[in-house]
Design a protein around this ligand. Sequence first.
Ligand code: NAP
Length: 366
Amino acid sequence: MVSISIHQPVPASAAPAIESPKSSFRSKNPKDINILVEGSTGYIGNFVVKELVRRGFNVIAVVRERSGIKGKNSKDETLGMLSGANACFSDVTKFEFLEESIENLGISIDVVVSCLASRSGGVKDSWLIDYEATKDSLVVGRKFGAAHFVLLSAICVQKPLLVFQRAKLKFEAELINEAEKDEDFSYSIVRPTAFFKSLAGQVELVKDGKPYVMFGDGRLCACKPISEPDLASFIADCVLSEELVNKVLPIGGPGKAVTPLEQGEMLFRLAGKEPKFLKVPIQIMDYAIGVLDFLVKIFPSLEDAAEFGKIGRYYAAESMLIWDPETGKYDADSTPSYGNDTLEGFFKRVLEQGMAGQELGEQTIF
Ligand SMILES: NC(=O)c1ccc[n+]([C@@H]2O[C@H](COP(=O)([O-])OP(=O)(O)OC[C@H]3O[C@@H](n4cnc5c(N)ncnc54)[C@H](OP(=O)(O)O)[C@@H]3O)[C@@H](O)[C@H]2O)c1
């Protein structure tokens, strides 16, 4: 059963997919540019929907009836998140269903923006969402005329040690290949550094007078965190900017790179508390991963637990910055900055107003 709800009046362009020349969308009025957004109820995807609507595009947000972590949002709540966009209820994990849903809209698609991501980071779910569902959104988007695809990826795919990174890379390669085969089709692959939510896990603890926990000396890794609105704005730029076409685009927020130690110091200062750090040897994680890897051989059902351990280990030691293969080091200076929102401003807000809207994924690691 296909369920489509057009939340806003009349989609802008009701032309059949094949009629408009594929490369012409950039010269159209934004209201006549139909943008299909997948992952529109996610942390970043929802800001992307709002930003595209604010810029006047005709946004079609593909959603499931119960959205959010563990399906916490009802259909009405989901619609409430998509104000100004057309909601298309479908299932991105079922190709025919997705295809039929888009066909039933009766409009052509100019651009697909995918902010899809596995909610758990588990092994099967990563392949299902970060690769298969994202690829299906490309195939379906192309069928209905899409001439450009904007992909929200991650800077960490530069050093792919995790399943979700390999799934993303596989899709990135196929997307690039698609553009190489057809000069009327283009892509922008956006690879952000850390999101604010990924650095917010210890705000409440520090506020409650607990120590800030970090691995090693707190300088094992660094990142240039970017806010949801700033990243959404960059992604929206990718829709029309010719300069951002057919490029892989690493992107961070404003200011210099910050280590966990510097994040902790900032938090204590803002909370008006005496700094207290708990330094945990990174080898503890290696030991836990070794145990889980051994147990997975006996109990395959533990494969996600083992993967979550590896995800935790990765983000404890790897920087979210551009990796220079020649020096074998991360390079903060060559990691581009975008936007205005600072981590300091974000920490201040969370200290005052709490963590609403900053929930981590289901596995609560990253
Ligand atoms: N966290 C970081 O610091 C960081 C840094 C750089 C890059 N990234 C990357 O940024 C991307 C997006 O992250 P995010 O935090 O915005 O993701 P998120 O909040 O977890 O959102 C995921 C989106 O995908 C949808 N989705 C997941 N599974 C689905 C399914 N089975 N069926 C239908 N829809 C499904 C979700 O829909 P529902 O609401 O219906 O579940 C949601 O709209 C990820 O690829 C991540 O790797 C993250």
